[in-house]
Design a protein around this ligand. Sequence first.
Ligand SMILES: NC(=O)c1ccc[n+]([C@@H]2O[C@H](COP(=O)([O-])OP(=O)(O)OC[C@H]3O[C@@H](n4cnc5c(N)ncnc54)[C@H](OP(=O)(O)O)[C@@H]3O)[C@@H](O)[C@H]2O)c1
Length: 426
Amino acid sequence: MRQVEIGFLGFGNIGEGVWRLLEEMRGETARREGISFEVRRVLVRDVHRQRGVEVPQGVLTDRPEDVLDDPDVQIVMEFMGGEQPAADYIERALLAGKSVVTANKMALSTHWARLNAAAQRGGAGLYFEASVCGAIPVIRAMTDSLQANRVERLMGIINGTTNYILTRMTREGSRFEDVLQDAQRLGLAEPDPTADVEGYDAAYKLSILASLAFYTHVPVESVYREGITRVSPIDIACGQEMGLTLKLLAVAKRNGDAVEARVHPTFVPSTHPLANVSDAFNAVFLRGHACGELMFYGRGAGDMPTASALVSDLIKAAGAQRHALPAFFDAADGVHIEEDWSSVYFIRTRATDKPGVLAHVAGCMAGHGVGIASMVQKGAPDADGRVQIVFVTHRAHEQAVMSALEEVNRSGRTRVESVIRVEGVE
Ligand SMILES: NC(=O)c1ccc[n+]([C@@H]2O[C@H](COP(=O)([O-])OP(=O)(O)OC[C@H]3O[C@@H](n4cnc5c(N)ncnc54)[C@H](OP(=O)(O)O)[C@@H]3O)[C@@H](O)[C@H]2O)c1
């Protein structure tokens, strides 16, 4: 039996989950893998705080060096969260030759190059399955099972909080603010929900997924990001009538040497597999040139689902003869980030109910090469005599659509109230 000594950075929800799972699986891990894991030290902020599991005396510490500089700690597991000091601690461990298993998408996506370089220099492994979509083995699938593919596109529901909010807004016709408050009460949204509802969390994760999918570093700053705070029940209802379901989607595509990555509220056909991913569940849908379409579905957060990914990575790290690191193509190979992507657009406007208004909108769109696929008037005129008109475009370029809509707004007769991209329609 091989004994592997490990150190924890952090011991909150996830850390305690990992501790429990290691205990629960101790016998099986020994029998199946021939490994016994021993947690030597656990870094926390407050060593006196009551913990949810019993930890032997002397294991908890508030001194990072007790984990990072202990020569007997072979593998470091990081679940303290936040960008810093987590990124610096991960780097220190890697440079010291300790493999790191992390759940931290923010530290990883923000310091990707530095951390991979440190792993290379230290001859250590960097494992991060838990950083994207909790229990869903999507990272491992991409690195270990899809190497024979050129992944062409990837679309994911990779933030459970926003999926829960949008699911309830869709089912109940409720307002964003009301569902958010409820989600906070139920512990499904943080007291400060910005990272989730503004799409930052999904952008960190997409940066990691797209980088692996396309063998090209897609920096988090290059991910276009728009959250769900401005989504209105009116848009959701209009979409539903047109057979569309609203999701916060992470979308990444590769077209030749051009790579695009974006997170925004997105309509998908209600028959699309992603439309039926509800509540706090996550899913990633991808298409490779050889494997065709694949979908990964499951729990994207929570202590035990996340611990499942972390402990699996730990077992992999402990058993690895050689730690693999991703090799990327870059600008020298002609790969670049595309900002003017194309999509289908759902556009809701409020327009003066007078002759010529529709012709003016159609003219602005046509002037920028944007074709209108359908146009529907919704409901009766409001008190100011304005009617709601919804357009769906043919596939068009983002910049052309935005320029056309600026021109529509300038007329004063028509106000653009929302623009939502539509994916999953070829
Ligand atoms: N929660 C989820 O469902 C989930 C899912 C996937 C990934 N993750 C990721 O997992 C990580 C941890 O999440 P969590 O929910 O377990 O967080 P958490 O409950 O807030 O736990 C954070 C832990 O780290 C310790 N800590 C934080 N800053 C520290 C510092 N500067 N020095 C020493 N210790 C420090 C805290 O110590 P004290 O206990 O003394 O305060 C606490 O034990 C995050 O990166 C998160 O993004 C979470």
